[in-house]
Write a protein that binds this ligand. Structure first.
Ligand SMILES: [Zn+2]
Length: 169
């Protein structure tokens, strides 16, 4: 679920959405991830080592480390580029800027969801942006695209049968 929406956040523009699991009540699973820890906020939670999965087929345009954590940029056939960051580890080979990397398929693990290194609270979440024509200056709200995707309410069900092995951490 979207834990922080696209748009102005204080005096900063949030160019994407933050994604976490939403707490359900009663839910003993959510209680394993207390609020005010890296694994939980008041309304949302994020266990360790949950993979971020490609939302559709694409080509890797960048996969590497940045000041915001490990980051993946994918070009999709629909003419939209997706940007995934705050990853704690990469599940793809590194792809430098300017290179055009391997293809990925929908559902393929890209990296493990971590936190923004600039966030003192270290709250784990996925940050996702969508850029039409590959231009970040034109980033739009991904919310309407995400509503068409299946919702995973149980984080353990989001884990592949075989835990993904980080290529780079
Ligand atoms: Zn964000």
């Amino acid at each position: 679920m979207i834990s922080s929406p696209f748009g102005m956040r204080g005096d900063e523009m949030h160019l994407g959405v933050d994604i976490m699991f939403r707490r359900r009540t009663p839910s003993d699973l959510a209680e394993r991830f207390p609020r005010s820890t890296p694994n939980g906020s008041k309304m949302h939670f994020m266990p360790d080592a949950i993979p971020a999965l490609a939302m559709s087929d694409g080509v890797v345009r960048f996969a590497g480390n940045t000041p915001r954590g490990w980051t993946v940029i994918l070009d999709h056939p629909a003419g939209v580029t997706s940007y995934w960051t705050h990853l704690s580890a990469l599940l793809l080979p590194e792809v430098k800027r300017g290179a055009y990397g391997p293809t990925v398929v929908a559902g393929q693990p890209l990296g493990l969801i971590g936190y923004d290194p600039k966030d003192p609270a270290r709250l784990k979440h996925l940050h996702l942006e969508l850029w039409p024509g590959g231009r970040r200056s034109r980033a739009f709200d991904p919310a309407s695209w995400l509503t068409g995707l299946p919702v995973q309410v149980d984080p353990l069900a989001a884990m592949p049968a075989t835990p993904p092995q980080p290529r780079v951490a």
